[in-house]
Design a protein around this ligand. Structure first.
Ligand code: ATP
Ligand code: MG
Length: 558
């Protein structure tokens, strides 16, 4: 069972505690996570999922998964399936409580009829533009539609004909009859039903009128007996409408869901809008919804994020009543922390440079004992041979004084192995360094006479003959931003053209030969990596999850 997911005390818990104290909800708390299946979930949704399922768990209550599927044109079963998989992967269970707003289309229709009969809803023939024009502004009252005073009988007849498919899309709408002069624009006779001759992914062609989100959402919450309807701040101004609707259809005041708003998650360098993410996918900026550069749950998973790290992040950001921008470095800190504790260490050379140990016998091989993890322990053997690879950047021909890696005449320790000295940099006709000739100190490995001889640098390496060739994919932020990290309105123009770098010739120690998708490693001195789904024993493919440097922890320490 997942750990407690919310901060020890946040304002939502305070409100719930009050409700419990006052006995407002007799049977325990009941929350829901209500995604619209029109895209894949992203890191912002994870915050809402952790909050809703986390609160239910903490209070011994329940949390429903409900698909708010009121817009047939944009929704699809592909999204339903991905959302279910992502919520489960994050570690939560809705048990047998998976619902759809479309389950309630019949009841919602009845509620609409009830409103019409009570003179609280009317059919409007105005076009969308006319309705917009009559809406008024923040400072100016709206205008009443010429159709506002139709009789209940006429409205009923027209609404029935809407339902029967006698009108084209947009020809008529059903509006709540509230107050065109209300200060809150949401109360100015909002549209509650529209015509859409479109097949729905669940109800097929059964309906050609669909409830608007603002009508379906509060009523779905009430139908499911939700006690705390937790949503993001932009819905604060919709709350009076929701209350009006519940009252108007005669739902018991005491049993009504209580809406509590919190600030949505905004992350630096990160797009958190399904619409924009869909654009990145559909316009080919990324390879798909699960591209490892995407902030979708599936993208993060493929990138190598664990669900525990995402839950830890959501706990750490907490919930607040004011919008803010969270540094993406904090998310990176959470996965780094998890992998630091859990990922085995191996040696991998990303950009290989050949080293020949000239005094090491040809054909000889020995196995160096190497620890897998600094505190979890475990060991493996790493083959050592006359020819090795080291990282190109670990050698400098004209090195500054403080360069403690390999340089002509200099010494360095090979991790888990010998001390070597660089005798010669061999070059091709153009002057490019093609290999290094080095000599080793045979007594300098563990247990040897000079095992403790100090040299300033230690570098990683792999055996040229034994190492596995691998493809390694390095990622940078998908969106480039200003210093503050805010994503610009024209986010497509800010797409980072070099957010993906593919290294085709990396060499990895052979111990990883048969590891499969999702296995994490720390490549010593390089960062954390995960085996990608494209990987197979014949062609290893790794994604870089995150580097070793923790700018977040550093900043926090000050
Ligand atoms: P998007 O703008 O990305 O499409 P949305 O709110 O339209 O987001 P929904 O499918 O309606 O997407 O979201 C389901 C739930 O997730 C809602 O309750 C919503 O409040 C919450 N949610 C969406 N984005 C965020 C976010 N960035 N931070 C916190 N909660 C979010
Ligand atoms: Mg929404």
């Amino acid at each position: 069972m997942p750990e407690i997911l919310t901060n020890p005390s946040n304002f939502i818990q305070n409100e719930i505690n009050d409700d419990i104290k006052n006995g407002r909800y007799g049977e325990g708390i009941h929350t829901r996570f209500p995604p619209e299946p029109n895209g894949y979930l992203h890191i912002g949704h994870a915050k809402s999922i952790c909050l809703n399922f986390g609160l239910a768990e903490q209070y011994g209550g329940m949390c429903n998964l409900r698909f708010d599927d009121t817009n047939p044109v944009k929704e699809d079963v592909e999204y339903v399936d991905s959302i279910k998989a992502d919520v489960k992967w994050l570690g939560f269970s809705w048990a047998d409580r998976m619902y759809y707003a479309s389950d309630y289309f019949g009841r919602l229709y009845e509620y609409a009829v009830q409103l019409i009969q009570a003179g609280k809803a009317y059919v409007d023939d105005s076009t969308a533009e006319e309705i917009r024009a009559m809406r008024g502004t923040l400072t100016e009252a709206g205008k009443e539609s010429p159709y506002r005073n139709r009789s209940a009988a006429e409205n009923m007849e027209l609404f029935t004909r809407m339902k029967n498919g006698e009108f084209a899309d947009g020809e008529k709408v059903l509006r709540a009859r509230i107050d065109m002069a209300a200060a809150n624009i949401n109360m100015r006779d909002p549209v509650i039903y529209r015509i859409a001759h479109a097949a729905h992914h669940r109800t097929g062609d059964e309906w050609c009128i669909y409830p608007m989100y603002d009508f379906a959402h509060p009523l779905s919450d009430a139908i499911e007996g939700i006690t705390h309807s937790i949503c993001t701040l932009e819905f604060e101004d919709h709350r009076p409408l929701y209350d009006w609707l519940l009252e108007a259809v005669g739902l018991d005041v005491a049993a009504r869901p209580r809406q509590i708003e919190f600030a949505r998650l905004n992350l630096t360098n990160t797009v958190t809008s399904k619409r924009k993410l869909r654009q990145l996918v559909e316009e080919g900026y990324v390879a798909g919804w699960d591209d490892p550069r995407m902030p979708t749950i599936s993208g993060l998973r493929r990138r190598g994020y664990t669900s525990a790290a995402i839950r830890a992040f959501c706990r750490e950001v907490g919930v607040a009543k004011a919008n803010s921008l969270v540094d993406v470095a904090m998310l990176e800190h959470c996965i780094r922390d998890d992998l630091n504790n859990n990922a085995d260490r191996i040696m991998a050379v990303l950009r290989p440079l050949k080293v020949v140990i000239t005094n090491y016998p040809e054909g000889q091989k020995e196995y160096m004992l190497a620890e897998n993890h600094p505190f979890k322990g475990g060991h493996r053997y790493v083959p050592f041979t006359r020819e090795l690879y080291i990282e190109q950047e670990d050698f400098m021909e004209e090195a500054p004084k403080k360069f403690f890696r390999l340089k002509p005449g200099g010494e360095v320790r090979l991790k888990h192995g010998y001390i070597i000295k660089c005798d010669e940099a061999v070059k091709d006709a153009e002057g490019n360094i093609i290999e290094l000739h080095c000599s080793y100190d045979p007594d300098s490995k563990t247990g040897g006479e000079t095992a403790n001889r100090k040299v300033k640098g230690t570098i990683h390496w792999v055996s040229a003959e034994d190492a596995l060739k691998a493809e390694v994919r390095l990622y940078d932020y998908l969106i480039e931003t200003d210093e503050k990290g805010e994503v610009p309105a024209d986010f497509l123009a800010a797409v980072n053209q070099s957010s993906l770098e593919v290294l085709h010739d990396a060499r990895i120690e052979p111990s990883v030969r048969l590891t499969g998708e999702g296995t994490h490693y720390q490549f010593l001195r390089q960062g954390y990596y995960v085996v990608d789904k494209d990987s197979c024993p014949e062609q290893l493919v790794f994604n870089r999850v995150v580097g070793l440097k923790d700018s977040w922890a550093k900043a926090k320490k000050g």
